[in-house]
Design a protein around this ligand. Structure first.
Ligand SMILES: [Zn+2]
Length: 131
């Protein structure tokens, strides 16, 4: 028998597994509503933060102070643009997995976020400078 809490947690995990758009707690909340699952936004936030503590989910806070969530997947890292607040996945080649690069350290959690300026914003900034 699943408790209500277990079901809610399963829903959040499944939701994250199926999407790659780094949703906010609010976006997951809207999905829950669409699926007729009774769960409050605060509960979703609590579940997400617990999953972060458990090392299953990573939290990416953009410059506008919005928290986004993604399942921790070893095959990519996150790049966050400080101008447009978009989050990009950068895939790692098989041989570039950190566990292959770092052999003398057992990695239990890979949670890498690089902050900077994306290609599009860099171009806009460059064009402005030329004016
Ligand atoms: Zn950008």
């Amino acid at each position: 028998m699943f408790t209500r809490q277990t079901r809610q947690k399963e829903f959040v995990l499944e939701n994250l597994k199926q999407r790659f758009d780094h949703p906010t707690a609010l976006q997951i909340f809207h999905d829950a509503q669409q699926h007729g699952i009774k769960i409050g936004e605060v509960s979703i936030y609590r579940i997400l933060n617990n999953l972060v503590k458990e090392g299953k989910v990573c939290k990416i806070v953009t410059k506008d102070n919005v928290a986004h969530f993604d399942l921790i997947r070893e095959d990519h890292i996150h790049l966050v643009c400080n101008c447009c607040n978009r989050i990009f996945d950068r895939e790692l080649d098989n041989d570039k997995h950190l566990s292959n690069l770092i052999k003398d350290f057992q990695i239990s959690k890979q949670d890498i976020v690089l902050h900077g300026i994306c290609k599009d914003c860099a171009k806009i900034l460059n064009d402005k400078e030329k004016e």
